[in-house]
Ligand binder design. Structure first.
Ligand code: GLN
Length: 205
């Protein structure tokens, strides 16, 4: 029996150094997408897009450097790799990180200032229903866990959702970031929107 290797594209990678990567991968698989865990530069070379999960941005920053992924991801971001960061992933992609560790690195590809744990101790974690016009009329239930707070948004950043006037879902070019955890609820609309509008457009050529 002849076997034909079928490569199914696009492949959406999930940065799997630390944090909530498994839940993101499940959502992507539920949406029928090819996914792969990214832990090395070779893994990165095999994917068309990347999800950066929640977790601990300081730890992820260290692991990104020690695995050699930091510079490789920076180079892919330069060429427009579609990338979706949630929570710690938002911190890693932001231009400026407030209350970060001094040695913490970020890719600086979305023009935001974000404050780590910016919602403070008293509201360590909370849930809220958000209006997200790009996803339609139904509110999106969002879970925030020691979330970063956006304190400045650059002119080239599109704000897709706010919570009490604070941007919580934003886009600049092919980079989308959320301060909450859309992988922890059953509503997969953000992942679908990211894939349909950004990943497919970028990989359609
Ligand atoms: N507070 C974490 C950080 O600074 C982010 C929290 C999360 O990803 N749930 O990295």
């Amino acid at each position: 029996v002849d076997r034909v290797a079928v490569s199914s594209r696009p492949v959406v990678g999930v940065l799997a150094l630390q944090g909530a990567f498994a839940a993101h991968q499940r959502v992507l698989a539920d949406l029928g997408l090819a996914t792969a865990q990214v832990r090395t530069p070779d893994d990165l070379a095999a994917v068309d897009a990347l999800v950066m999960p929640g977790g601990e941005s300081t730890t992820m920053s260290k692991l990104l450097v020690s695995t050699g992924l930091f510079d490789e991801i920076a180079a892919r971001l330069d060429t427009g790799m579609p990338t979706f960061g949630t929570c710690a992933g938002m911190i890693l992609l932001a231009r400026d990180v407030l209350d970060g560790r001094p040695d913490q690195r970020s890719f600086g590809v979305i023009d935001l200032d974000v404050r780590r744990n910016g919602y403070g101790r008293q509201v360590d974690s909370f849930e809220a229903d958000l209006e997200v016009p790009v996803l339609g009329d139904d509110a999106l239930h969002a879970v925030f866990i020691r979330a970063p707070k956006v304190e400045r948004v650059g002119d080239d950043v599109d704000v897709l959702a706010r919570h009490h006037d604070v941007p919580v879902l934003v886009r600049q070019g092919n980079v989308v970031v959320a301060s909450f955890h859309p992988e922890l609820t059953d509503d997969h609309r953000i992942h679908r929107w990211f894939v349909d509008t950004i990943v497919h457009a970028a990989t359609a050529a």
